[in-house]
Design a protein around this ligand. Structure first.
Ligand SMILES: NC(=O)c1ccc[n+]([C@@H]2O[C@H](COP(=O)([O-])OP(=O)(O)OC[C@H]3O[C@@H](n4cnc5c(N)ncnc54)[C@H](O)[C@@H]3O)[C@@H](O)[C@H]2O)c1
Length: 452
């Protein structure tokens, strides 16, 4: 049962419906930028907010800073009189709808770092006024929207807004992002969007906003359901990837090809979903988000054994891969120490330039630790950027027949489409493939190829 719409809600609803509502998107990164674009394309006026001045300058100069999104996205936004980007958070008061897509990383001890959400909530609080809808999109543990974000907004509200009531004068919801950078069959506007408010009015208003730019919006009964659903989605992936990685280790020992096994099992038309092994988990979500639940679970006296086991299996993968490299080199009468090794792919997944949590960094560090000389090649990442645990300060080398032949071993960590695998097969002395990228060349390579 829904409560009757307050006058404020009815006004906001009208503004959203007739495209006079102004939307603020806070955080113009992998999630925020395409979201701003989708809602702008749906007819709404959007202000993008970011603390990173270089992003705002890039937009103003029509320079694309997220290449996988294509150049037209920034071009469309920057050329429109319904979009502007700013780092002036005082302008949040101009926005009827505020969507938050700031980072939610882990701290040094794998604890949730909500500092970005809190700082953002302080800014929103200072500009709070009646008739605003605030939606958190950043992945986080259940009850963050209600127990962590809302109180900070209220504590920072100006004197005139102190008495505003959430659910009557302004509205708060959670809507998880399901962005999958690099995916070609879906975009922000085609991925169904979950929406759960702190009250039914907030759910319905947030759904109305998203329907402007997103084909399918699914309303759930609370912000907590929406927060938990996002964690379930990511934990599901982390656990299944760990399971298949564990199976890979067992099958390797028995000389059975795990990729062929997964493809064989995938022919079952129900009750199975393929997950493929790899050199470890990467990206901003899967290696991080599950630990948000682990941390929160302790508060209610529970442990999350599946999540922790999956974490152990997945984080052990880079060491496992390097053992395979060492054995492969040994079979070619070479020690790791002093060997020249080329890591193909630095991004955490194919065809993107995102290196966050990429296992390639671990692979390089472990190899260097064992005395190898390591270089990398990645057409999407000409030089390394600092990531959470590493600052490698390396430059990509070009993949040429001469370069490939110059290495004792080529280690495929990311299967970018742009790589010429035929050239690798023709010129490499030894290839260790963690992504099944060399499938077409198994026969030609013989014992120069090892799966890991
Ligand atoms: N990248 C993905 O594929 C993906 C998918 C689903 C969910 N998410 C979640 O979405 C959230 C955002 O992730 P992302 O990948 O877009 O991160 P990102 O780092 O690409 O973008 C975040 C942006 O927020 C900006 N920012 C940081 N602090 C800010 C502040 N106080 N005020 C305004 N802007 C600020 C940063 O400069 C950056 O531009 C995270 O919670 C993440 O877990 C990401």
């Amino acid at each position: 049962m829904t409560t009757p719409a307050s006058g404020t809600a009815a006004e906001l609803r009208t503004r959203i419906e007739n495209d006079t509502a102004r939307v603020g998107v806070i955080g113009l990164g992998y999630v925020g930028l395409p979201l701003a674009h989708a809602l702008h394309r749906g007819g709404l006026a959007v202000i993008g907010f970011d603390v990173d001045r270089s992003k705002i300058e890039s937009i103003e100069a029509k320079e694309n800073y997220l290449r996988h999104l294509g150049d037209s996205m920034i071009e469309d936004l920057a050329s429109s009189d319904r979009f502007e980007a700013t780092d002036d958070f005082g302008r949040l008061g101009e926005c009827d709808v505020i969507l938050i897509a700031v980072p939610t990383p882990l701290g040094h001890h794998n604890e949730p770092d909500l500092s970005y959400i809190r700082i953002t909530a302080e800014h929103i609080g200072r500009s709070l006024r009646p008739g605003q809808l605030i939606v958190l999109e950043s992945t986080t543990y259940p009850r963050t929207t209600r127990d962590e974000m809302l109180p900070v907004i209220m504590a920072n509200a100006p004197e005139a807004s102190r008495d505003l009531e959430c659910g009557r004068d302004f509205f708060v919801a959670f809507s998880p992002e399901r962005e999958d950078p690099g995916r070609k069959d879906h975009s922000t506007s085609t991925i169904p969007k979950l929406v759960g408010g702190l009250d039914p009015e907030a759910t319905s208003l947030a759904a109305l906003v998203y329907r402007k730019g997103i084909a399918e919006v699914v309303e759930v009964s609370s912000a907590e359901v929406a927060e938990s659903a996002k964690l379930l989605e990511n934990i599901f992936r982390a656990v299944n990837i760990a399971m298949v990685n564990e199976m890979k280790v067992v099958l390797d020992r028995m000389d059975i090809d795990i990729w062929e096994v997964v493809r064989a099992a995938s022919t079952k038309p129900f009750g199975f979903m393929p997950f493929f092994p790899g050199p470890g988990l990467g990206g901003h979500c899967i290696p991080i988000d599950p630990f948000y639940l682990t941390w929160k679970a302790k508060e209610v006296g529970c442990s999350t054994r599946f999540i922790e086991l999956a974490g152990q299996v997945n984080t052990a993968m880079p060491e496992y891969v390097i053992d395979r490299v060492a054995n492969a080199l040994n079979d070619h009468a070479k020690p790791v120490k002093g060997s020249r090794i080329l890591v193909m792919g630095l991004a955490y997944k194919p065809d993107v330039d995102d290196t966050r949590e990429s296992p390639s960094f671990e692979l390089i560090k472990i190899l260097e630790g064992r005395g190898a000389e390591v270089e990398y090649s990645d057409p999407h990442i000409p030089e390394t950027r600092r990531v959470r645990r590493h600052d490698l300060k390396m430059k990509s080398i070009e993949l040429t027949p001469e370069n490939i032949a110059d290495f004792d071993c080529v280690l495929i960590s990311t299967n970018h489409e742009a790589f010429d695998y035929g050239m690798v097969a023709d010129h490499a002395r030894l290839v260790v493939d963690t992504r099944d990228a060399m499938r077409a060349h198994h026969e030609a390579m013989g014992d120069r190829l090892v799966l890991a």
